[in-house]
Design a protein around this ligand. Structure first.
Ligand code: CA
Length: 236
């Protein structure tokens, strides 16, 4: 059986905690809830989680102080910390990241965004685990279940488009020539024209809908998956 990542949620608002716990449970995680820093420390002393979701505003010690404390502790310093905050302004993000948080999520957040970010921090910390799941921006691909979602909506992709997207998401931001893509995605490309790549990229963009802009055309060079979609990306 697959290891269920244990996630410690430190959150004082029961309504938010309940929502997060239910969603984590339904998505293959083993969540543990602590209402404040003292309860969280008790959980950490007992069993180390795979990741910590840490609310910024807590009674007693703040999330920021807790992040600093756990980063300084040899036993907890490698546990990924994802901070939850109601504030979205820049100085707070910087302070949280300076305190050792791995990532940030601003309330209110969607379940899919939260899950994608948890998976991303887990993957960054342990690349050998969860390698089936890829995330780029709000686009997620799960090779194990063959599912692609964007902003939580499932997308339908043909098998070649799926493989193409999987390769691009595994190597984001890099420019891949058509010949490289044929080699990596199609394998034996001796009898396939490079134009075939363009056809499948076009189909992939169509299947991705609004997220299709993430697949950028780099004139004279090939294609690139931009983790952050931009309005000015190529359409060729
Ligand atoms: Ca709070």
């Amino acid at each position: 059986m697959k290891h269920m990542p244990r996630v410690l949620l430190v959150e004082d608002e029961p309504a938010i905690a309940e929502l997060v716990l239910v969603n984590l449970r339904h998505n293959g995680f083993e969540p543990v809830w602590a209402e404040d820093g003292i309860a969280a420390q008790r959980e950490l002393d007992a069993v180390l989680p795979d990741a910590i979701l840490l609310d910024w505003m807590l009674p007693g010690q703040s999330g920021l102080a807790l992040a600093r404390k756990w980063r300084a502790d040899a036993r907890t310093k490698t546990i990924p910390i994802l901070m939850l905050t109601a504030r979205g302004d820049e100085p707070d993000k910087v302070a949280g990241l300076d305190a050792g948080a791995d990532d940030y999520i601003t309330k209110p957040f969607s379940t899919q965004e939260l899950l994608a970010r948890i998976r991303a921090v887990l993957r960054r910390r342990a690349p050998e685990q969860g390698s089936d799941a890829l995330v780029a921006g709000e686009l997620s691909l799960d090779a194990a279940t063959h599912r692609v979602t964007w902003r939580g909506h499932a997308l339908k992709l043909g098998p070649t488009e799926f493989k193409l997207l999987q390769y691009l998401m595994a190597h984001p931001e890099r420019v891949h020539s058509r010949a490289q893509l044929l080699d990596k995605v199609w394998g034996d490309h001796v009898f396939i024209e490079e134009r075939t790549v363009d056809v499948h990229v076009k189909r992939l963009r169509e299947a991705l809908g609004a997220a299709g802009a993430m697949i950028e055309t780099v004139r004279g060079a090939g294609y690139r998956l931009a983790a952050q979609s931009t309005a000015s990306s190529g359409t060729g």
